[in-house]
Design a protein around this ligand. Sequence first.
Ligand SMILES: [Zn+2]
Ligand SMILES: [Zn+2]
Length: 358
Amino acid sequence: MKRKLGLLLAVIALLVGGAMLFARQQLAQRLFDRALDTSVGIDQSAALGDGLHAYVCGSGSPMPDASRAGPCIAVLAGNQAFVFDAGSGSIRKLMRMGFPMPRLQAAFLTHLHSDHIDGLGELMLQAWVGGHRTAPLPIYGPAGTDQVVGGFNAAYQLDRGYRIAHHGPQVVPPGGFGGAPTLIALPDGTGSQVAYDRDGVQITVIRVNHAPIAPAFGYRIDYKGRSIALSGDTVYSPGFVAAAKGADLMFHEALNKPMVAALGKKLAERGQANTAQIMTDIQNYHASPEDAARAAREAGVKALVLYHLVPAPPARLIEPLFLGDAPKQFSGTLKLAKDGMLVSLPAGGKDVNFTSAF
Ligand SMILES: [Zn+2]
Ligand SMILES: [Zn+2]
């Protein structure tokens, strides 16, 4: 009797286990189908109204960070899209945000420090394959951009061959591979000048101060009365403030010097003298959060988003320490950039709307 009962219980357990496994599989299939339906192949940017939209594809710095890619801001202006810097990991974030790669017109580099260019190969590849380009991606930047873009083009030559051979030239048109450098030279004494002007979108290049790295640029994007200024890497720069005057939104880099000094001290204590020295060196060519707040106040912008955060606060509770006195120096909207942040400036409006893609 006991044995029979045991057998019955074993059979029931098997049936229940099997049914649960089946239900789990079904649920997994349904979730997968739903994800396919709601995300794959959909132009998520089509739901955004006319205006300027800034995608934070990378809010970090060269420091390793699980949640922040290297510096990258992308902008959608009406039908035209642009990428400003391509830090490590940023292009994957950009794709996850539903950035309309087929509308990408050009990339702009602020300067040629590795943390701003190390995602360039992936950007050129996505622009070609995902953006269906038939001509190389124009890449604007300071002197030396030709060397950088040429290097990436060379490094990706083998991959170019693999993909054309495998997918065919209809799918990956050979002419769309790689990047085409366009060098920007600001004449001495010129603080800013228009570098791109097409179909209502104007992009101005701005000289900033990231000495000894020169030239280094910030950019301003204007479209239908709305505007975004982004600093690239710089100390407080009066030229950037002048060019950013009246912009709706400012992205400014920020480095918290006491926090970086504390990092350096700890590294030195633990015998890592070289890295400790770097923590000292980097303090003199970046802006503090207070410097950024001052720039935003003087430029009269509506909102300030700090990016290229060094060190990025690892927890929300540490953010006030990073910001220091910045909130006292700028009375507009002040935020720390996060990867996935989307800032929208509707055409014909005054609002600055923040949402998050993930
Ligand atoms: Zn730099
Ligand atoms: Zn940098």
